[in-house]
Design a binder for this molecule. Structure first.
Ligand code: SF4
Ligand code: SF4
Length: 410
C-alpha cells in the first residue's frame, strides 16, 4: 500500500461563519448519539421528530462542523425550535454541554435571518436591553397600551404572553437601600424591574430582614442572558461588564430570576478571553446567589399546599429544586409536586413569542398539570415562567394564584 492510500481522507473545512463563535468541536464529538436524552426533551416529546431532539440538533451541528452541511433554513429551524431548557444536559451520561452549544449555534444562525427580522431582534436584544431607560420606556409603553386596551390590536398569541405592566407600580420608586450588615446587591434586571416591581420590593425586604444591607445599584440593568440565548454574545458580554462594574463593592449579588442567576454564574466563562474583565467576572460570578440559596429569615404561617414549579434554569442549571421546597416549608407552606414537573413550561426566554405554537402546547400541559395538584397557589421563581403559567391557568379558567417565593416571606 502506498503512503497516499494510507493517508486519511482530507477533512473538509467546517462551514461555520468565521469571526462568530461556533459550537466547539470537542463538545460536538462528546455526544455518542445514545439517545438517552430524548425522553427528557420537551420538543422531541411534543413532535416525535429526531430533528427536534438534542441528538438530532447535535448531529446537525456535527454535519456543519465536518463540512457536510451548511447553515440553511433547516438548520436554523432546528436550533430555533430548541427551548434551551438544558433538560438534555442534565440527562446526558456523557456530560455533553448542550447549553453552551445551542448558544453558539444561535450566534451562527443570527446573520442568516432576513434583514428585517435581524434588525428588529438586534434593536430589542442589543440596544433596548443594554439601556435601562429604554427597558423602562418600553415597559411604560406596554403598560399604557394595556391600560388603553390597544394591545388587542396585536396578535393574540403575543398578547397572551406579554408581561402585565402596572403603571401605578412603575411610577412608584423602589427603595435604594434597606437594612444593615454585609452588602447584598439586587440585580435590577429587565423584566423584573418593569413588570414585577412588587417582587423586587419583597425581595429587598426579605434580604434586609435576613441580616443584609440590601441595595439596588443606581444604574440597574439587564444581565445579558436573553442576548446570550438569542445569538448576541458580544452584547451579552458588554451587559456583563456593566453589571460587574456596579457590583464591585457587593459581598453578595442576589438574583430572584432563575434564568438570570444561572447566566450570571457563567460570566467568568463568558469573559475568560478578556484580560481586563475576565478575572473580575470570575470573582463576581462566585458571589452570585439565587434568592433561593440565601439563608432567609422567615416566619411560618399556615399557608397550606403550594405547588412547586421548577424553572429549568433552577433545576437543570443550578440544582436548586430542593431549595425551593425548603423555602416553601420555612414560610409554612406544604410543597406539592406538579406531575411531570421537570418538563419546561414553554416560556424559555422569548420562546413563547418566537415559537407560539409549540409554546402554547407546553403552556397548556403545564397549566393542566398544576391544576391537578388542587393547590390554591403555585410558587414560581422566574419571570418568564410566571407570565407563561399565569396565561396557561387563565386559558383553562383555573383560579390558582401564581406567586414568587419572595412574596410569601414575612
Ligand atoms: S446528548 Fe448525551 S444523552 Fe443525548 S444522545 Fe448525545 S451523548 Fe446521548
Ligand atoms: S435544551 Fe431542551 S429543548 Fe433543547 S434539545 Fe435540550 S432538552 Fe430539547
Amino acid at each position: 500500500m502506498s503512503d497516499d492510500e494510507l493517508r486519511p481522507p482530507p477533512i473538509r473545512a467546517a462551514n461555520w461563519r468565521r469571526g462568530i463563535e461556533a459550537p466547539a468541536e470537542q463538545d460536538i464529538v462528546s455526544c455518542v448519539s445514545c439517545g438517552l436524552c430524548l425522553p427528557h426533551c420537551p420538543t422531541y416529546r411534543l413532535t416525535g421528530r429526531e430533528s427536534a431532539s438534542p441528538r438530532g440538533r447535535i448531529a446537525a451541528m456535527r454535519a456543519v462542523q465536518e463540512g457536510q452541511a451548511t447553515i440553511d433554513d433547516t438548520f436554523r429551524t432546528m436550533m430555533d425550535e430548541c427551548l434551551a431548557c438544558r433538560a438534555c444536559e442534565t440527562a446526558c451520561p456523557s456530560g455533553v454541554p448542550f447549553g453552551r452549544m445551542i448558544e453558539a449555534a444561535r450566534a451562527q444562525i443570527e446573520p442568516t435571518r432576513p434583514i428585517a427580522t435581524r434588525g428588529l431582534r438586534a434593536i430589542g436584544l442589543k440596544h433596548v436591553l443594554s439601556r435601562p431607560w429604554a427597558v423602562y420606556a418600553a415597559g411604560a409603553g406596554l403598560g399604557i397600551a394595556q391600560a388603553l386596551r390597544l394591545d388587542r390590536l396585536g396578535p393574540a398569541s403575543t398578547r397572551t404572553v406579554a408581561p402585565r405592566v402596572s403603571l401605578t407600580q412603575l411610577a412608584r420608586p423602589l427603595p435604594r437601600e434597606m437594612g444593615s450588615g454585609p452588602t447584598a446587591a439586587l440585580l435590577c434586571g429587565c423584566v423584573m424591574d418593569v413588570a414585577f416591581r412588587d417582587v423586587q420590593r419583597d425581595t429587598l425586604r426579605a434580604v434586609a430582614g435576613s441580616g443584609y444591607r440590601a441595595v439596588r445599584p443606581r444604574s440597574g440593568g439587564c444581565c445579558g442572558a436573553l442576548a446570550m440565548h438569542y445569538g448576541y454574545p458580544e452584547a451579552a458580554r458588554q451587559m456583563a461588564r456593566n453589571r460587574i462594574a456596579e457590583f464591585a463593592d457587593a459581598e453578595v449579588i442576589i438574583v430572584n430570576a432563575a434564568g438570570c442567576s444561572n447566566h450570571m454564574k457563567t460570566w467568568g466563562h463568558l469573559l475568560k478571553d478578556d484580560p481586563k474583565w475576565g478575572p473580575r467576572a470570575a470573582e463576581i460570578s462566585r458571589r452570585v446567589r439565587d434568592l433561593l440559596e440565601i439563608d432567609l429569615a422567615t416566619r411560618s404561617r399556615e399557608l397550606g399546599p403550594i405547588a412547586c414549579h421548577d424553572a429549568c434554569h433552577h433545576v437543570n442549571g443550578q440544582a436548586l429544586g430542593p431549595d425551593l421546597r425548603r423555602v416553601i416549608r420555612s414560610v409554612g407552606g406544604q410543597p406539592v409536586e406538579i406531575p411531570d414537573g421537570e418538563r419546561c413550561c414553554g416560556a424559555a426566554g422569548l420562546y413563547s413569542v418566537l415559537q407560539p405554537e409549540l409554546s402554547a402546547q407546553l403552556r397548556r400541559q403545564k397549566a393542566v398539570a398544576i391544576a391537578t395538584t388542587k393547590a390554591s397557589t403555585v410558587a414560581v421563581a422566574n419571570p418568564g415562567c410566571a407570565i407563561q403559567i399565569a396565561a396557561g391557568l387563565r386559558e383553562i379558567a383555573s383560579p390558582i394564584r401564581v406567586v414568587h417565593p419572595a412574596q410569601l416571606i414575612r
